[in-house]
Design a protein around this ligand. Structure first.
Ligand code: NAD
Ligand code: UDP
Ligand code: UDP
Length: 316
């Protein structure tokens, strides 16, 4: 199959491309390199079945594809808040363009939506039926409301134009290839511990998240794309940790004596988050397999090798 991956040079997109290429598909990667990087897809650049297109999805583009995984959008709060208007454009105009493309070429279209559509949830754990508690005017809204309208667009193209859609609500995902300056908690804590600087915990560290290893997430996305259920479906790990517990896990792995520094909790930071994955289990036969400790080890090893190579003198 010919498969388009928007945001394919990013963290999740590049792992997805590795799987699609290994399965023998022809892959088109579309990315504007805002938070993505060529090194994530370097190994495929000479492959005749791989094509890289530097393009901003807020502009229309005509391509041919059988399936579209639509992942293009910065995912870390510091990156999506850097230019919030652009984040809204990417979610609204970008998703509209990709749905227009899916309609024209009759491709199946999977939207990478997010647990952020639930906002700061009053229901715990979150099921797909829960409609969410999102602040429409806060600093996270460009992303949260952007993804909510992206879901609306997907369902309207489905009802109005018969576009074959799939909607995944992805919960916090981590793993190798996250940017060193990504700003999300797993990469921040690991990079800080490796560099010997204090681990930053925002607030009192009692807020919770559930962390899914990237290979598990990619498996879930592919099952959703190739199954019959259109969604929305939660994809995430059900093991819930406080941020303080996560910091302790990172300390255990890298440096038990690493100092913890408390910083103010950002505005609208959700208090608790854990997916109910009953639907994914029943309809996709999917559940995460990689426990946090194992996934963290793999992630630490990746950061370690990147940080080491960045301090080595470069060969002449
Ligand atoms: P990422 O920032 O690593 O990847 C996003 C990619 O999209 C980058 O390569 C970036 O350059 C590209 N991009 C951004 N704006 C673009 C534009 N206008 N045109 C073309 N390309 C553009 O993030 P990620 O963690 O890999 O997330 C991928 C997708 O999954 C995103 O849609 C995100 O919202 C969603 N998601 C991720 C998580 C998570 O925990 N990682 C959780 C929920 C949802
Ligand atoms: N679009 C695109 N590539 C395509 C087809 C459409 O980028 O191959 C864009 C198109 O420019 C438009 C959006 O997708 O901005 C929605 O397309 P649709 O055909 O649904 O709407 P219309 O063009 O009629 O407004
Ligand atoms: N967080 C933290 N230290 C950091 C970065 C984030 O304590 O260095 C907290 C953040 O306030 C939030 C949780 O960790 O409560 C997860 O943050 P992240 O940005 O990874 O994801 P999101 O808030 O989008 O779920």
């Amino acid at each position: 199959m010919r498969i388009l991956v928007t945001g394919g040079a990013g963290f999740i997109g590049s792992h997805l491309i590795d799987r699609l290429m290994a399965e023998g598909h022809e892959v088109l990667c579309l990315d504007n390199f805002y938070t993505g990087h060529k090194r994530n897809i370097l190994k495929w650049l000479d492959n005749p079945y791989f094509e890289l297109i530097r393009h901003d999805i807020t502009e229309p583009i005509r391509l041919e594809a059988d399936q579209i995984y639509h992942l293009a959008c910065p995912a870390s709060p510091i990156h999506y808040q850097f230019n919030p208007v652009k984040t809204v454009k990417t979610n609204v105009m970008g998703t509209l363009n990709m749905l227009g493309l899916a309609k024209r070429v009759k491709a199946r279209f999977l939207l990478a939506s997010t647990s952020e559509v639930y906002g700061d949830p009053e229901v715990h754990p979150q099921t797909e039926e829960y409609r969410g508690s999102v602040n429409p005017i806060g600093i996270r809204s460009c992303y949260d409301e952007g993804k909510r309208i992206a879901e609306t667009l997907a369902f309207d193209y489905h009802r109005q134009n018969d576009v074959d859609i799939r909607v995944a609500r992805i919960f916090n995902t981590y793993g190798p290839r996250m940017l060193e300056n990504d700003g999300r908690v797993v990469s921040n804590l690991i990079v800080q511990a490796l560099k010997g600087i204090p681990l930053t915990v925002y607030g009192d560290g009692s807020q919770t998240r559930s962390f899914c290893y990237v290979s598990d997430l990619v498996e879930g996305l592919m099952r959703l794309m190739n199954g019959d259920y259109i969604g929305p479906v939660n994809l995430g790990n059900q093991d819930e940790y406080t941020i303080s517990q996560l910091a302790t896990e990172v300390q255990k792995l890298i440096n038990p004596h690493a100092e913890v520094k408390y910083e103010p909790l950002p505005q609208d930071d959700p208090r608790r988050r854990r997916p109910d994955i009953t639907k994914a289990r029943q309809l996709l036969g999917w559940e995460p397999k990689v426990p946090l400790q194992e996934g963290l080890q793999l992630t630490v090893a990746d950061f370690q090798s990147r940080i080491q190579s960045s301090v080595q003198p470069s060969p002449l």
